[in-house]
Each structure stands twice: as C-alpha cells, then as structure tokens.
Design a protein around this ligand. Structure first.
Ligand code: ATP
Ligand code: MG
Length: 472
C-alpha cells in the first residue's frame, strides 16, 4: 500500500489527527485534495474534505478547540457536516455515510456508515481516494476502486454501476463532463452510455448548479471538450438548445454554409487562449445563436443570416433568464458584444475614420474585448486567408488607437447638453432637442466637426438656423 506522508505536510493534518485520537475516531482526507495531490495540481487547494467514521461535527469542534486561533465552526445540521477555515482553506468535515436515493430528488436518505460505504457514494474513482490520518497507518492511500490507475490513464469512471450513480444524483453527469474537460480525461464508455441513458434525469437538478458546471467547463483550457461531450450525451439540448440548433450543414443549388455549432466551439477554444474573462467566453459561445432562426437561402445571395446579431442578442436575455443567470450588467455586456460581433469584420474589409469612430462609440469601454472576440471568430482553415484576415484586424486595431488618440470617443459625452440647447433657443423639453443633439453627435462621428465645445456650438447654431429655430 503506497504511503503519501508528504501530502500531509500542512500542520492542519496534525491537528485533525490529534483530535481524532482524542475522540477515538478514524479520520481520512478524501476526494479532490487527494486527487490533486497525485496529479501534482495541489498548489492552491481551496478546500479540503475530511471524512470521519463517526460525527463530523464533533470532530470539527474538537479540531477548532485544539487550534491556537480557535476558529469558528460552521455547522450544517441538515447535512451533518461542519466547516472551519484554516489559513484561507475551507476544511469540510463529514461523518462517513451510506446513502439511499428516492427517484424525484437528489437529496438522499443518509445513514451512518464505514469508510468503504462513504467511498461507494463518491462520484468517481479518482474522487474516492482517501489518505489515512490515523496514527496506526498515517499517510496510507485507501483506494478500493483503483482511482490512482484511472488517474494515471486519464479515465473518469464511477465506483459503482454508472446507471445507478448517475440516476441517483444526475448532477454527477455534469461533473463527469466537467472533470473530463478540466483534466483532459476520457469518460469510460459504459459511463458515457449511462449518461446518455439518464439525460432526462438532469431535469431534477437546479439550474444554478448546472450553470455552475457550465462556468467551470467554459473556464477550462479547451472548453470544446465539454461541449462536444454534452452534445454527444444529449445533455446540451436540454440546457442550451440554442447551440444544438446550430448543428448541421445544408446544401442548396450547390452552395453550402458552414456548420455553426462546430465553428462556435472553435471560437470558444480560440478565445480561451486570450482571456479568462468568463463573460467574454460566454459571448464567444453565444455569438452566433441568432443564425439558426434567421437562416435563409436567397437565389442571388446564397445562404444569409440577416440580422442574426440583433436576433441573437435578444435571445441572450431569454437564455440567461431561463438558466437563472444574472440579468445585470454581465448579461448586458454579452448582449452588446453579440450585437456588435460582426462590425469589426466589415471594417477589416473597408475602413474609414467615421466607421471607426462609430464602432468606438457603440462599443465604448468594451472595444478591446470586442476585438479579441472578433479575432477569435476567424476560423478559416486556409492559412493564406487566415494571415490576411489577421493582418486586416491588426490594421483595424491600429486605426482604433489612432482615432482614439485624436478624438476621445470611448467615453463620448456630447459636448452640447440638452440644457444648453433649451437655454439657447428658449425651448421647452421636446422633440427638437433630441433632433439637434442627434445631429451634433452624427456630425462628430462623421468627422464633420471635432469633438469639442466650440465647434459643436457653432454647428448647433447653423443647424438650428436651417431648422428654423430662433436663439433667444
Ligand atoms: P473541485 O473542488 O476541484 O471542483 P472536488 O473533487 O474537490 O473538485 P467538490 O465539489 O469540492 O469537488 O467535492 C469534494 C468531493 O466530494 C469530491 O471529490 C467527491 O468525492 C465528493 N462529491 C462531490 N460532489 C459529489 C456528488 N454529486 N456525488 C458524489 N460525490 C460527490
Ligand atoms: Mg473541492
């Protein structure tokens, strides 16, 4: 039996070991901590799970009592668990348990059990390994399902019959795919079949938990691994049908369009290289969802997706709402970037100062993120074209920097306010003010006048004269 004392060099394990002896309990560190140690991925362990054969709450209290700083113990009575913090790390304590599940809920009936019972109820073999904290065999690895060899071979597998494991708690299907993505592991074939067979059980899982796993998949190095698995197992259609609707290639009169599902996944992988911004990654995932409902074949134009950016940005709201995701500025950011997602591409073909100013004006603070997205959106296999597109984008970026240096459009505030207009022409609030303000903004964006007060004021007087307003 392998011994890994070096995994237990944090002094917290001494305290837990002492507390266990004092209470005559057997305790183990289990789950993610052990897995990540064996993967040498432990550098920043944020949580450590301790299982004890007996009361996890009693053990946590004893540990807290031995610790010099006497931390507060948070008790979750309904779950029979407790948590305390040691140097930024959350230490979770649970009593070893046996679980039995009812069909309609993922909350099991819980009974006390042995370590082995507790390992049986874990989700994956690689998450069921435990290291002893007991004096008699301190540091010994207890690995009844050969998790260590699955870890070496990169395999996700359930300890017991996968059909039962996934049906008992369908969240495990999402976790399987999430770990496969984060670790670049394969899900064992029988497990994969069991996920497909249990796909509709996902409906008993709260949307918040599902989204949590989606976030983790999206934040991985290569998110496409996860989305391909979600698609293959029929989970994706239950969560994000907007994406599965993008699948497929149609041909009409010898003309084909690209498969926008695979294109989207490529864009997400591309953007993952450039940013950890979760919401920019969501943008990449959703940027083309408007293409399914807008797809048409036109005799003269071929395949068109007219106004798909606009339609797509409307869909973002519904999708966020359905998944109980935030409807705040994060959602608005994704909407805005989806709406603008094709603009820089058009610019890359023909770039004028006024088009650049308009783009900066519309994108505001998010112009750099928009450009990052658009570059990731180039997925041509043709290396000559790729080079050319990237080159065009570099020119657009340079032009943006250039225009920015001259006019500060990014935080554009029209130099003439409504109040100034009302005062100058002795007007009451009404349509005329909007018309004047808009024409000043247009003149600035078109480059007819500079973005400054004097020029704008002069322009306003001339414009008002043409419109027949009289200054007071
Ligand atoms: P990470 O924290 O990196 O996401 P983890 O494996 O530590 O990975 P946690 O969610 O912190 O995941 O769970 C801790 C441990 O609890 C897991 O390693 C696993 O043994 C067990 N576990 C968590 N969720 C489930 C579940 N739904 N079904 C069975 N066991 C679970
Ligand atoms: Mg964890």
């Amino acid at each position: 039996m392998p011994i890994y004392k070096q995994a237990l060099n944090s002094e917290i394990f001494d305290y837990i070991s002492k507390a266990s002896s004092a209470l005559q309990l057997e305790s183990y560190v289990i789950g993610g901590f052990v897995r990540d140690f064996l993967l040498q991925r432990n550098s920043g362990a944020k949580d450590i799970d301790i299982v004890t054969v007996g009361s996890g709450i009693a053990l946590a209290k004893k540990v807290a009592n031995l610790l010099p700083h006497k931390p507060k113990v948070q008790v979750f009575k309904t779950y029979g668990t407790a948590m305390l913090r040691f140097k930024e790390v959350e230490i979770e304590f649970v009593g070893a348990r046996k679980e039995s599940y009812a069909k309609e809920s993922r909350n099991p009936q819980v009974k006390e059990g042995t370590l082995q019972d507790d390992q049986n109820r874990r989700d994956f073999t690689i998450n069921a390994m435990a290291l002893s904290l007991n004096q008699k065999d301190y540091g010994v690895l207890l690995d009844p399902f050969n998790g260590a060899s699955d870890l070496k071979n990169g395999i996700i597998k359930t300890p017991l019959d996968p059909n039962i494991t996934y049906s008992d708690d369908p969240l495990r299907m999402m976790r399987a795919i999430r770990f496969a993505t984060q670790l670049n592991f394969k899900i064992e074939q029988t497990s994969l079949n069991a996920i497909s067979n249990n796909a509709e059980r996902l409906d008993i899982i709260t949307r918040e938990r599902i989204v949590d796993e989606l976030h983790k998949i999206l934040l991985s190095d290569k998110p496409s691994i996860g989305f391909l698995l979600l698609e293959k197992t029929n989970l994706l259609i239950r969560i994000l049908p907007e994406l599965t609707n993008l699948k497929g290639v149609e041909e009409e009169k010898g003309q084909r369009h690209k498969d926008n599902f695979y294109h989207t996944l490529q864009v997400v992988d591309n953007i993952a290289v450039h940013t950890d911004n979760l919401w920019l990654r969501w943008t990449a995932l959703l940027h083309d969802i408007g293409k399914a409902p807008t797809k048409k074949f036109d005799k003269n134009l071929g395949w068109t997706f007219h106004a798909h950016e606009f339609v797509g940005s409307k869909m973002v709201y519904k999708l966020f709402k359905r998944l109980k995701m935030p409807l705040n500025e994060k959602m608005k950011y994704v909407q805005k970037l989806v709406l603008l997602s094709s603009r820089p591409v058009i610019l890359a073909e023909e770039v004028t100062d006024s088009a650049i100013r308009r783009l900066i004006f519309d994108a505001g603070e998010d112009i750099d993120d928009l450009m990052t997205h658009c570059e990731a959106d180039i997925t041509t296999q043709n290396s000559k074209k790729l080079k050319q597109y990237l080159n065009n984008f570099r020119m657009v970026r340079e032009k943006i920097a250039d225009v920015e240096a001259r006019d500060s459009i990014r935080n554009f505030q029209p130099p003439i306010t409504g109040e100034i207009i009302m005062k100058t022409f002795n007007l009451k609030p009404g349509r005329e003010i909007g018309i004047l303000k808009e024409s000043i903004k247009e003149a600035i964006l078109e480059g007819e006048i500079k973005n400054d007060f004097e020029e704008a004021y002069q322009f306003m007087l001339e414009k008002a004269d043409k419109l027949g307003f009289k200054s007071s």
